[in-house]
Write a protein that binds this ligand. Structure first.
Ligand code: PAF
Length: 444
C-alpha cells in the first residue's frame, strides 16, 4: 500500500479521559507502518448521540502517515479501544473509555459493511471539525461522502452494488419512476431498516407505457426526488437515460403469463411486459438481496413475484403497505393531476373497498355480495368511471370462483376526467385488513 495521510477522530467519556486519549496517541506512534503522528488538543463536548444523555466526551483528532490499508488501520484502532477497556463488540449507548473513528485515508474510498471512508458524517460534527481545523486543514477541500451518490450509467451502478455485496453488505433496491412521495419514502425507510445499503432507481421506463399513454407527461421532479432520497439517507440513486438502459439493439423482453394478462394487463396490453423487463434488468445489474415494492400496485407486485420465482433471481421481494392520505386516497405520483372536484370524489374508491371489508368483518362471505356492496358505493359517485372491480386471491391474485370466500383482496381501477388531465387511479384492500383510518374516511 502506498503511503497515505490518514485522520482519526478520538473520544473518551469514561475514566481518566485525557490519559486514555494520550496513551492512544503514544501507542499509535509505535505501530509498525504508522509514522509522523500529530494530535490536536482535546476539547470537552456534550454527548450528541441518541438515547438518554451520557457523560460529556473529551474529543480530538490525530493526523498520521501510514502504509497500512484503511481496514488494517481500523484493526489497530479496535485493538487500542480494547486495550483501553472498551468491551467489544461495543454495547450501544454506553460510556466509552476510548472511541476511535477512521475519518479520512488519503483519497481512498471504502464502502463495506464494517467500514465507510471518508467517514459519512465527519463534516456534520463540530467535535470533529474543530480539531481538524486546529491541525491546519481546509475543511472545504477535504473529501466527503456524498449521500446519495447519483449514478447515471448501468456499469457504475452495477459496480457500486457489487462493491457493497463483496464487502458483505445486504443491499435493498427501491425501483421507482420518480415523482416521489410519502409512499416511496416508506419503502426507503423499510429498506434502510432492513439492509446495510439502500439504492433507489429513478427511471421513467418507456417500455411500460402504451401508445397514447402518459409517458411524455409523467411527472418528472428530479431535484425534489433527490432531496427526498437524501432525507431518507439513501446511499445511491441510479438515474439512467433511456438510451443507457436500452441500447439501440436492445430486443429482449420478459413476458409474464397469466398474472399479467387480466385487470391492468387486459386494459394496458404490454404494460406488465415493460415492467417485468425493466425490473429484471435492474435486478440483474444490482443483484440486490432485497427489493421493495408498494402494495398499492398489487398486480405489479404479483407479476414481479412470479417473474422472480420463475427466473430464479436471488432477491427477496418485500411488499410494503399502501400509504394513504387522511381521507383514504392511496398516495400515487399521478394524484397531482387530479382537479379539486375529482380529488374530493376519488375517495370513493377507498370507501367502496372499506365498505366491502366491513361487510366481510360482519360475516358476509359471498363473493358476489361483497362485490355488489362495493359496487353500490362506487355508483354513488358519478365522477368515477369504473374500469374494473374484482375480488381475487390475496398474493398471486388468482381468480376466485363465485360462492363463499374466506378472504381475498379487492382491487379497483377508475378514471377521473375533470382535472389537469384524465387520471386513472388504482386501489386495493385485503378483506382481512384491520380498519386503518378514522371512521369518517371509511364510512360508505
Ligand atoms: O411502480 C413503479 O414505479 C414502476 O412500475 C417500476 C416498478 C419502478 C418499474 O418501472
Amino acid at each position: 500500500m502506498r503511503e497515505a495521510i490518514a485522520y482519526l477522530g478520538l473520544g473518551s467519556n469514561e475514566g481518566d479521559r485525557a490519559a486514555h486519549l494520550g496513551r492512544a496517541v503514544e501507542r499509535l506512534g509505535a505501530v509498525p507502518g504508522i509514522g509522523a503522528v500529530r494530535a490536536s488538543s482535546w476539547h470537552e463536548n456534550a454527548y450528541v448521540g441518541d438515547g438518554p444523555p451520557l457523560a460529556p466526551f473529551l474529543n480530538g483528532a490525530v493526523e498520521l502517515r501510514t502504509v497500512l490499508s484503511p481496514a488494517a488501520l481500523l484493526g489497530v484502532a479496535k485493538a487500542l479501544e480494547a486495550e483501553a477497556g472498551r468491551r467489544l463488540p461495543a454495547p450501544h449507548h454506553r460510556p466509552r473509555p476510548l472511541d476511535i473513528d477512521l475519518l479520512l485515508h488519503g483519497d481512498t474510498i471504502v464502502d463495506t459493511r464494517d467500514l465507510v471512508v471518508p467517514h459519512p458524517r465527519w463534516h456534520e460534527r463540530e467535535f470533529v471539525r474543530r480539531p481538524l481545523r486546529e491541525l491546519g486543514l481546509d475543511l472545504d477541500a477535504l473529501p466527503r461522502w456524498q449521500r446519495p451518490a447519483v449514478l447515471h450509467t448501468p456499469a457504475e451502478f452495477a459496480a457500486r452494488c457489487s462493491t457493497w455485496l463483496g464487502g458483505g453488505c445486504t443491499v435493498g433496491l427501491v425501483p421507482t419512476m420518480g415523482a416521489l412521495h410519502d409512499g416511496h419514502a416508506s419503502l426507503m425507510r423499510r429498506a434502510r431498516a432492513e439492509c446495510d445499503r439502500t439504492a433507489v432507481t429513478i427511471f421513467v421506463n418507456p417500455l411500460q407505457f402504451g401508445p397514447g399513454e402518459d409517458f411524455a407527461a409523467y411527472p418528472r421532479t428530479f431535484d425534489a426526488d433527490l432531496r427526498l432520497c437524501a432525507a431518507q439517507q439513501v446511499d445511491v440513486v441510479f438515474a439512467p437515460e433511456p438510451a443507457a438502459m436500452y441500447d439501440p439493439d436492445f430486443c429482449s423482453h420478459v413476458a409474464v403469463g397469466a398474472a399479467a394478462t387480466t385487470m391492468e394487463g387486459a386494459l394496458r396490453p404490454g404494460h406488465f411486459g415493460g415492467v417485468a423487463t425493466v425490473v429484471a434488468r435492474l435486478l440483474a445489474l444490482a443483484r440486490p438481496t432485497h427489493a421493495y415494492f408498494g402494495e398499492k400496485d398489487a398486480q405489479q407486485l404479483a407479476v414481479v413475484r412470479r417473474m422472480v420465482q420463475d427466473l430464479g433471481f436471488p432477491t427477496a421481494i418485500v411488499p410494503c403497505p399502501i400509504v394513504r392520505e387522511p381521507d383514504g386516497l392511496a398516495r400515487s405520483s399521478r394524484n397531482v393531476y387530479l382537479g379539486a372536484e375529482d380529488r374530493r370524489a376519488c375517495t370513493i374508491l377507498y370507501r367502496a373497498l372499506a365498505s366491502a371489508r366491513h361487510a366481510f368483518a360482519r360475516g358476509e362471505r359471498d363473493r358476489d355480495a361483497l362485490l355488489a356492496r362495493a359496487r353500490a358505493v362506487l355508483a354513488t359517485e358519478p365522477r368515477a368511471a369504473l374500469d374494473y372491480l374484482e375480488l381475487r386471491r390475496d398474493g398471486d391474485l388468482a381468480a376466485l370462483p363465485p360462492g363463499p370466500v374466506d378472504g381475498g383482496r379487492l382491487l379497483v381501477a377508475a378514471r377521473f376526467a375533470g382535472g389537469v388531465r384524465p387520471v386513472r387511479l388504482l386501489d386495493n384492500l385485503s378483506l382481512d385488513a384491520p380498519p386503518d383510518l378514522p371512521a369518517a374516511a371509511e364510512a360508505p
